[in-house]
Write a protein of this length. Structure first.
Lengths: 474, 1013
């Protein structure tokens, strides 16, 4: 039913929704009237024990070639340089024209870890965290252009307008931090991802749930620095005056939103102190810098990995890292798999490994999920755009590899397989909605019940799809 | 209605479980249960329907419902059956006991399915008065009207609502002392007539129109849409009737009286995104744009969530998959097709440009006429010259084959059977010989090219020249000659013809280490001409000379940074640089030299061609051109020069004219066939459909064309139950914070029900009766007692109606993103009154724009453009102005029917720290200090400017305390004072000013300032 006049506790809830400030306090966890808020039943599935509290997603924007990193395909060597089988060109390509030729990986692979996971020589550090990791070789998507594929991976829909996964999580669970946003985004590689800021947008959810981009140079958060000439005391005294005036005005007009406004400014004040502190990695000991390969003051993927650890340590729910430069088409040395790919691997292998190790030794990995992924896979064929002599691969939605660690994800595990040319998934396909359902499940959330009503419909991250892949859970 | 209101009252007073004691409301109580639990499988979506059972219509539901007898109803049995329950457990939980009780009572009472309220046209209510219906709601809910707001508050409210700007203290004082009985009405009329009215209401419309200054998607490149934005402002200011406003935007190109103005209005639907990402299928994104137009149209005019039906039958509303695509067909007939140039485009000229263009056209026509008159004499001279040359060519130019041959290290005559220094190897095509200027020439098209292998392998420190004849097929890119590796940063050299100008490149690495020179002359098309290029080996653009038909061409050097080798392994190609379709036309007599040719040598080369051309019919164009150059009689040369000048000016003027994407219908013989797209996928067409409207509504107007115009007539037809209601509701929502239907975006069966249905019908009819005048409707509303009430309320009143659905007071509204900034600029005196024109770039933090594949930069505006109203700010879809986003502005990628308000700490940070607000605080402080003599007056003046009222005693105390503490602080720290004050001022007491800046910063962040009370 649609009660027209709201009872008082519903007001509190609505005020909470709209004025939830930084997403502090989860709707479900705050014990508010969740059954009425959500379409059916309780948000938390009672029999699911939450395994994860926080999540860090490392996104390789542009999408790395799985054949050169994880999905070892010796059969490609046999066909290297020969026209690919007809059935591999049934679908549309983004750039390939004519009949493309097979491109074997130019890199050596070796088996590592207790279960003998194949890893390319481009990732020399990665094997050391295999004991924490599940490698999924059977990811599939249905989008083969960057922007829609990124939107699909983060919002469950290739079209614009849906909330991203981080927004859903902070909406469902809130933030654990009183002073920091619940959902933080860090970007390296010099560019924002193709789909722009909509990949961390809150869609139809209140904008309090949108990702807040933190920056390692300039203001760590937009507008967090006082104007020149202000110091903390002046700021404090001006906020005291503001509070007094707002409180007096409230006595006059009676509108409770004026009180929320006071809290909004107090929170901003706390954030002004907390954000620069957490974003300042120079206080980390040399040993940590050595582990990650970080250099304070720079904008780098390594710095962002360390920042991700500091942010989750301080109660941030969801940290999303974007690193640009993985779109290895092979049109020049700046986007091929002989020069650019090794360069990107050198930049990212050690820091992402360090992040998992660092979380593990601090006991955070137990309830923090780390996901490493691109938005789709790349073809087993050489793109040869306009006869280019540089080696590269086109976009391929049919299969790609991701890895995950922590927060209830199985350790030392491999899942799924592709055919011998690495074109199709042959075993245990994992769709984007399945991945979402599984990740939400680890947070104790039933993906069918985490809904939000907009334009006459209950929306969810997984739309009308998705299955929890229980084999991925320890 | 009485039933509705009664139900409302009951819901307020009773717990839901006891509701069954009274009459059950189907739309309020039963439909939501069915919608949630049953309709996904037993609803309007025929494809998803299970067991051939549907429950959304009574006739269909009677299969399982026995009206009046729940126990005999299969429906009741199934929802109660523990073993075989509906809905099945895998589809979700079953009905709660309360829900079962409701359904039971409803069946007992006859299982009535009254039609959805919004799908029948509004009917005139018994009272045509706003306050009557609000008062009626008050009585039902135990509320009453608040007393009227005080005059100053009322005027601030009215000004912000109608114009988006606050009144100045002088205007407030004048209004407070205006004792005329119609003083308020006068103020309303004055504000409605002010030019700021259009700016304020346009900002709201632009969210619906998804107006932005970029194309969206990955590349999100710029596009010129601002003339459309200006059209909206002007249309609102002149109160273009809403039905006409509708028709011009949807079908301004199809109107019988269409003009450039109405065509510009169709920019509304060209605000859809265009995808320039490499590798995307234009048809896919053309279809996406058409889908967006359908969704947006249904959304904006009818409050329907059509997009559901793009993939399948609507799950809840009577809009089938097929019907959706019948509407799609209406919008599927325009020429735009996700092209990167966004065509078709409408040039939008100002009057003065227009006048100058007309002048130019006239003088061009006159000169062409003159040339025509001179033509016979010119032709006579030409014939005489030709005859003379045939008899005896000028001595200096007389061809002398032998001397040339020895001087040419490499020559390719391109004759069939010739023994050139390198045999001709053609790639990707056949060698085709055609008559040329020297014997044969080769014809190259469709990707064919000639590989000359090692020829032309020169270094940047060598002198060399090359020369050849060419005939170009059309105005496209041509690469007649290139020794260049496009995959290695374009190392090498070439001639690249673009827009009929020759670009000569010597490149090590493009574009950082290379020379480019461009001819100012344009090359003739379809006519033989000779090009010779010489290079002095000094790695400088000034060392390159280009001769066209023997005359030195004036050049522009656009790159001059060559420092490293230009040698490449790649062959010298005729007709190829990238690999395909680089040249369409003919080439003849290519010569390469290892020295710099002299002008006379070049002239002689051309003379060779003249001699040869004299014998041929094909070379007439070249000969006439050559003759013109050498004709000593200049009677038409002046005309030619003037003509060229006039044409150039015209071209430049035209290039400066903004060209706006607009709608244009395809010619009849090119109309697209439309199909139902399975799952909304453009690759899965199924059944063919043609333009039509959903069957639940009135039919297509008789005699109206089956196109966008006919559809817009259907939308604004008085029989349309939704258009006027949705429009009136939107205006109400803008003035009260919530619509009468709260879900402004959804008037379908899943939307909220109206709180005051008769009132909404009254407003909808009022709008139509007043000839769709939006200003008339706004005036009607703001003159109501309801609007003029005070917003003050007790805690008890807030508890009773917290969201003020029943308007026992006026809602205090947080201002929207643009207004918050506009207001800060206005009260501090910084706001620029400049209207219209290209978007501006007020300061935003560095590094906010990080574009993929683009070096586009935010160039912060200078001067008054820093302080323009928010709606003129450049709107990049993937990175909108950050402080607007933080205050809930949408990205404008898709239609946003209403902004969902939030309150975040980030908003507080904007108000406290955004340089815009810091500048406003400084400007305000300066104005206050310069305008009033002492502290008391200054505090009053500041409050009047910011809040339109005088401060209360305790407020003064708070301000004085802050002033005192900050004064002391800044006195002891002149350096910090210096840092704080960034605006120039003649006010000498810096400490006092600094303290006031802090105070003004506080005032600009007051809840009362950010709110409209």
């Amino acid at each position: 039913m649609n009660p027209e006049l709201h009872s008082h506790h519903q007001v509190t809830r609505r005020a909470f929704l709209q004025q939830g400030l930084l997403g502090v306090g989860g709707l479900a966890l705050a014990g508010l009237d969740a059954p009425q808020l959500f379409s059916q039943g309780s948000l938390i599935t009672p029999h699911v024990r939450p395994r994860a509290k926080r999540m860090i997603v490392i996104h390789l924007a542009g999408s790395p070639p799985q054949q050169d990193l994880f999905d070892y395909k010796p059969k490609l060597l046999e066909y290297d340089g020969k026209p690919c089988p007809e059935e591999m060109i049934e679908k549309r390509f983004a750039f390939i024209k004519g009949h493309p030729k097979i491109l074997a990986s130019p890199y050596e692979f070796q088996r590592h870890g207790s279960n003998g996971t194949w890893v390319s020589e481009l990732l020399p550090h990665f094997p050391s965290i295999l004991k924490h990791v599940t490698v999924v070789k059977s990811m599939v998507t249905d989008q083969f252009n960057h922007a829609p594929a990124q939107l699909f991976l983060y919002t469950g829909s290739p079209r614009i307008g849906r909330p991203s996964m981080g927004s859903w999580l902070t909406y469902g669970l809130g933030s654990e931090s009183r002073n920091l946003p619940g959902y933080v985004v860090l970007v390296s590689g010099g560019k924002v991802p193709s789909a722009g800021k909509t990949v961390w947008g809150s869609g139809f959810l209140p904008s309090v749930h949108q990702g807040v981009q933190c920056r390692s140079s300039g203001d760590p958060i937009l507008y967090v620095d006082d104007p020149p000439g202000y110091d903390r005391k002046t700021r404090r005294r001006s906020l005291d005056a503001l509070r007094e005036l707002n409180r007096k005005a409230h006595e006059e007009h009676g509108d409770p939103s004026a009180l929320a406004r006071i809290e909004q400014y107090e929170l901003a004040y706390r954030m002004q102190i907390a954000a620069p502190e957490v974003m300042d990695i120079s206080q980390e000991p040399p040993e940590v810098h050595a582990l990650y390969g970080t250099e304070p003051g720079k904008t780098s993927f390594a710095n962002n990995c360390l920042l991700a650890r500091r942010l989750v340590e301080n109660g941030v729910r969801f940290v999303q890292l974007f690193d640009w430069g993985w779109d290895t088409h092979g049109t020049s040395p700046n986007d091929d798999i002989m020069n650019q790919l090794p360069r990107k691997c050198r930049e990212t292998d050690r820091p992402s490994v360090a992040l998992v190790q660092d979380l593990a030794r601090r006991g955070l990995l137990e309830d923090t999920i780390v996901v490493w992924s691109g938005e789709f896979g790349r073809t087993a064929m050489n793109e040869e755009r306009n006869g280019s002599k540089f080696l590269g691969r086109d976009h391929h939605p049919g299969c790609f590899t991701i890895w995950m660690a922590g927060g209830g994800i199985k350790a030392g595990f491999e899942y799924g397989a592709t055919d011998e040319l690495g074109h199709h998934v042959t075993e245990n396909p994992v769709g984007v909605h399945d991945l979402h359902a599984t990740l939400l499940h680890l947070f104790g959330l039933d993906h069918k019940k985490l809904t939000y009503r907009s334009q006459g419909r209950d929306f969810r991250l997984t739309d009308v799809h998705g299955h929890v892949i229980r084999e991925l859970i320890s | 209605m009485s039933r509705l209101i009664r139900a409302l009252a009951i819901v307020t007073l009773l717990t839901p479980l006891t509701v069954h004691a009274d009459e059950i409301s189907y739309p309020q109580q039963i439909r939501p249960i069915l919608a949630r639990r049953c309709l996904p499988c037993h609803g309007p979506d025929a494809a998803a329907r299970k067991g051939d059972l549907a429950l959304h219509e009574r006739q269909l539901a009677l299969k399982v419902i026995a009206p009046g007898d729940p126990d005999a109803s299969e429906l009741m049995r199934r929802v109660l059956d523990a073993d075989d329950r509906m809905p099945p457990p895998e589809h979700g939980p079953g009905l709660t006991p309360a829900e079962i009780a409701l359904v039971r009572s409803w069946i007992e009472q006859g299982a009535d399915y009254p039609p959805h309220w919004a799908f029948s046209p509004p009917s005139p209510p018994v009272q045509r008065d706003i306050d009557f219906w609000i008062a009626k709601g008050h009585r039902e809910g135990g509320l009453q009207f608040n007393p009227p707001a005080d005059r100053a508050t009322l005027l601030r409210r009215l000004s912000l609502d109608l114009t988006g700007l606050p009144p100045t203290p002088a205007v407030v004082r004048e209004f407070e002392s205006d004792s005329r009985p119609d003083a308020y009405e006068q103020a309303v009329d004055r504000l409605l007539a002010s030019p700021e009215y259009g700016e304020r209401w346009a900002a709201l419309w632009l969210d619906l129109a998804r107006y932005a200054d970029t194309k969206g998607y990955e590349k999100d490149g710029r596009r010129t849409m601002w003339p459309y934005r200006d059209w909206v402002i002007r249309a609102l200011n002149r109160d273009l009737p809403f039905d006409r406003f509708t028709k011009e935007q949807l079908a301004g190109d199809l109107l019988p009286d269409s003009t450039d103005e109405t065509r510009l209005a169709t920019g509304f639907h060209r605000n859809t995104m265009t995808n320039d990402e490499g590798g995307t299928d234009d048809e896919e994104f053309r279809v996406a744009a058409v889908l967006d137009r359908v969704d947006t149209t249904l959304q904006v005019w009818m409050g329907l969530t059509g997009s559901c039906a793009s993939c399948h039958d609507h799950k809840f509303d009577p809009l089938s998959h097929r019907e959706y695509y019948s509407v799609f067909d209406v919008f599927n007939q325009t020429q735009d097709a996700d092209r990167s140039n966004d065509s078709p485009l409408l040039p939008v000229t100002t009057d003065s440009t227009h006048a100058r263009l007309r002048e130019l056209d006239q003088s061009i026509a006159a000169m062409e006429e003159l040339r025509k008159e001179l033509k016979p004499r010119r032709q006579q001279r030409f014939q005489a010259w030709r005859a003379l040359w045939t008899k005896s060519p000028p001595q200096a130019l007389r061809p002398s084959e032998t001397s040339h041959d020895t001087a040419v290290p490499q020559r390719f005559t391109l004759d069939s059977g010739a023994h050139d220094s390198t045999p001709l190897a053609v790639v990707d095509g056949d060698l085709e010989f055609v008559p040329g200027l020297h014997g044969d020439a080769v014809r190259l098209e469709n990707g064919a090219a000639i590989d000359l292998e090692d020829a032309g392998d020169v270094e940047r420190d060598q002198t060399f020249s090359f020369a050849y004849w060419e005939r170009l097929d059309g105005d496209r890119v041509h690469v007649p000659i290139a020794r260049m590796d496009a995959t290695a940063a374009y190392r090498g050299w070439d001639v690249f013809i673009y827009e009929r100008k020759a670009y000569v490149h010597f490149i090590h690495e493009w574009p950082t280490n290379c020379i480019t020179v461009v001819t100012k002359d344009r090359l003739p098309l379809g006519e033989w001409h000779h090009l010779a290029i010489t290079y002095d080996g000094k790695s400088q653009g000034s060392g390159v000379t280009v001769y066209l038909n023997g005359r030195r061409s004036s050049l522009e050097v656009t790159h001059d940074s060559l420092r490293d080798t230009i040698r490449t392994e790649r062959s010298l190609f005729l007709g190829r640089r990238f690999g395909e379709r680089d040249f369409h036309g003919e080439l003849d007599d290519v010569r390469l030299y290892d020295r710099v040719l002299t002008p006379s040598e070049v002239e002689r080369l051309v003379a060779d061609g003249v001699s040869s051309a004299i014998q041929q019919e094909r070379a007439g164009g070249f000969l006439r051109r050559y003759h013109r150059l050498h004709d000593s009689n200049n009677e038409d040369r002046t005309v030619v020069a003037q003509l060229a000048k006039a044409r150039e000016e015209k071209k430049q003027l035209e290039a400066m004219i903004p060209k706006v994407p607009v709608m244009a219908e395809l010619p009849v013989d090119q109309r697209r066939k439309s199909y139902v797209l399975s799952g909304g996928n453009f690759l899965s067409p199924t059944e063919r459909v043609t333009a039509d409207v959903p069957a639940i509504f009135h039919s297509w107007p008789t005699g109206a064309p089956r196109n966008r115009l006919g559809f817009s007539e259907w939308l604004t037809d008085p029989r349309n139950p939704l258009t006027a209601r949705v429009a009136a509701n939107r205006i109400w929502g803008a003035l009260f914070g919530l619509g009468i239907v709260e879900t402004q975006e959804d008037f379908g069966t899943q939307g909220e029900l109206p709180t005051h249905r008769e009132l909404l019908d009254h407003l909808a009819l009022y709008l139509v009766e007043r000839k769709w005048s939006q200003k008339a409707l706004i005036r009607h509303i703001v003159l109501s007692r309801t609007y003029q009430q005070s917003s003050t309320a007790t805690a008890e009143e807030y508890a009773r109606d917290p969201r003020n659905r029943y308007l026992g007071r006026t809602t205090r509204l947080r201002l929207n993103a643009e207004t918050i900034r506009d207001q800060a600029l206005a009260v501090s005196g910084l706001l620029s009154p400049k209207r219209f024109g290209p978007p501006v770039y007020p300061p935003q933090p560095d590094g906010v724009w990080q574009m993929v594949y683009s070096s586009d930069r935010w160039m912060t505006s200078e001067g008054e453009d820093r302080y323009r109203r928010g709606l003129y700010t450049f709107w990049r879809r993937t990175s909108p102005y950050p402080s607007f986003t933080i205050f809930d502005a949408p990205s404008r990628e898709v239609c946003t029917p209403r902004r969902i308000e939030s309150a975040t700490a980030l908003q507080a940070l904007v108000g406290l720290n955004d340089p815009v607000y810091h500048e406003a605080a400084q400007a305000l402080a300066i104005a206050v200090l310069e305008g009033a003599p002492d502290e008391g007056n200054r505090i009053e003046a500041a409050f009047e400017r910011v809040l339109c009222r005088t401060p209360r005693a305790e407020e003064k105390k708070t301000i004085r305390r802050l002033l005192a503490s900050e004064r002391a602080q800044f006195e002891s720290d002149p350096e910090r004072t210096q840092q704080l004050l960034t605006l120039p001022t003649s006010f000498s007491d810096r400490t006092e000013l600094a303290a006031w800046v802090v105070v003004c910063g506080v005032l600009l962040n007051l809840d009362e300032f950010l709110t409209r009370g």
